[in-house]
Design a binder for this molecule. Structure first.
Ligand SMILES: [Zn+2]
Length: 442
């Protein structure tokens, strides 16, 4: 995932509309402020947070174990089976793997199934099969591909569950814990797309991805990516002069694309990332291809940009054909990346609870709202309140073989996530859930 700060004006312009199931869970900051002191001073909760801290070393050991089970895109199965086994060992005999490959666990609440919150971390990494995933340790820092992204998220879930079960924490709402597939580039959120197709009764969503507890991702940056393949007859540059060229057509398209204008807010971007083509210097190119990336914090702007850009490409082909009075040049346009955009309002309980929980575990820590492309994009695009928060600790070099992790106060991640969950789902007999029960989504 990558992220940046979002414009607050844009965030504030959008308002979350939630429907109420029962009683009157007020939304926003005041509701969170009312529930927060009750939760953090509850003796069982205090003990559960302490258990998470005592379990810090075991959690870190598990993080290294999971990292060493390779999980390339579309090949998460071995890691998924291990994760399933761990869930079963934690008492969830009904834990299962769905048709797409997601590991799913239901921890029932006392409220008859409402509201229902999903807490997810992704199983997949960006690394191809054959990548050395051995964890190397030096001076308290570990280096391994995927050690933070998202092995840390996966163990955050395990740590939370372990402590909740040991202390018999009963929530009002149901919690579904999910180890999902296909979050990274090539996966295109296939795990989450399948999950939300199969489960239409989800009221809220938390993704544990990244590390820092100083941020809340409440904006999902959408992206569309295309490969465009220009094909023509090809021929000798001298003898067959007069034929249309695949490279010339692509050049026309790129020149037009380069001049496109997009809004700064909501941030909307494009680039022709790679180009390939031609056979030799003295041949009219028979083939040329390029990959194009488009992103936006708004689905509407993304679709507008996409329509204009695709139009320019078709126009460029028409111009190249017209130049040589032919129709022999064609372009094939292939969608290779598709992530929806979305936003959870800054004053929604999910965002407020995730912010507020930080003050309990790390008082004084400032929290920023950010935009990124994560699993939360999918629920956000469906109007389901969602955030992505960190699993704790320090790290860097994301998506590189030199990814590193340092277990500095790692327990703050699961502690913060647990408090967020408890505020949203309610502690049985103590607080009401802040998450509003929704009607089933279409
Ligand atoms: Zn990730």
């Amino acid at each position: 995932m990558n992220s940046r700060r979002i414009g607050t004006a844009f965030a504030a312009a959008l308002v979350l509309v939630a429907t109420k199931a029962d009683a009157d869970p007020p939304s926003g900051a005041s509701a969170v402020d009312a529930v927060y002191p009750v939760i953090v001073s509850n003796a069982v909760v205090v003990k559960t947070l302490a258990d998470i801290k005592s379990d810090d070393d075991a959690t870190f050991a598990e993080q290294k174990r999971i990292t060493e089970i390779a999980a390339p895109p579309y090949k998460e199965k071995v890691r998924a089976e291990y994760y399933l086994k761990r869930m079963q060992e934690l008492g969830f005999k009904d834990a299962s793997i769905d048709g797409e490959g997601n590991v799913i666990v239901l921890r029932k609440g006392t409220g008859g199934g409402r509201p229902k919150l999903v807490v997810a971390a992704h199983l997949d990494t960006v690394f191809p099969e054959g990548t050395d995933v051995t964890v190397k340790e030096k001076d308290g820092t570990v280096v391994a591909p995927g050690i933070g992204d998202d092995a840390r998220g996966l163990v955050t879930l395990l740590s939370i569950i372990k402590a909740m079960n040991a202390n018999n924490i009963a929530t009002v709402g149901d919690i579904m814990f999910v180890g999902d597939v296909g979050e990274e580039e090539l996966g295109n959120l296939r795990g989450m797309k399948a999950f939300f197709r199969d489960h239409t009764d989800i009221d809220g969503f938390i993704s544990i991805d990244g590390l820092g507890i100083d941020r809340v991702v409440n904006q999902g940056t959408g992206s569309h990516r295309y490969e465009m393949i220009f094909t023509g007859p090809g021929g000798h540059s001298f003898h067959e002069f007069g034929l249309p060229s695949a490279i010339h057509a692509m050049g026309r398209a790129i020149a037009e694309i380069a001049d496109l204008q997009t809004p700064a807010e909501p941030k909307t971007t494009f680039t022709v990332g790679t180009v390939k083509g031609g056979t030799s210097v003295n041949a009219i190119a028979a083939e040329a291809r390029m990959a194009v990336d488009m992103r936006s914090d708004s689905t509407e702007e993304l679709l507008k940009l996409e329509a204009r850009l695709l139009d320019l490409v078709k126009q460029a082909v028409a111009e190249e054909n017209a130049r040589w009075k032919t129709d022999k040049l064609t372009v094939e346009i292939k969608l290779i990346g598709d992530r929806p955009a979305g936003l959870t309002a800054a004053d929604s309980p999910v965002v407020r609870a995730a912010e507020k929980a930080v003050s309990a575990v790390a008082g004084g820590q400032k929290v920023t709202l950010e935009g990124a492309s994560t699993d939360s994009n999918q629920p956000m695009s469906l109007g389901i309140p969602a955030v992505t928060i960190g699993g704790g600790g320090q790290g860097g070099n994301w998506h590189s073989r030199n990814e590193w992790y340092k277990p500095v106060d790692g327990y703050l991640g699961p502690q913060r996530a647990l408090l967020t969950i408890l505020m949203l789902q309610g502690l049985d007999g103590v607080t009401k859930p802040l998450l509003a029960g929704r009607q089933a989504t279409k």
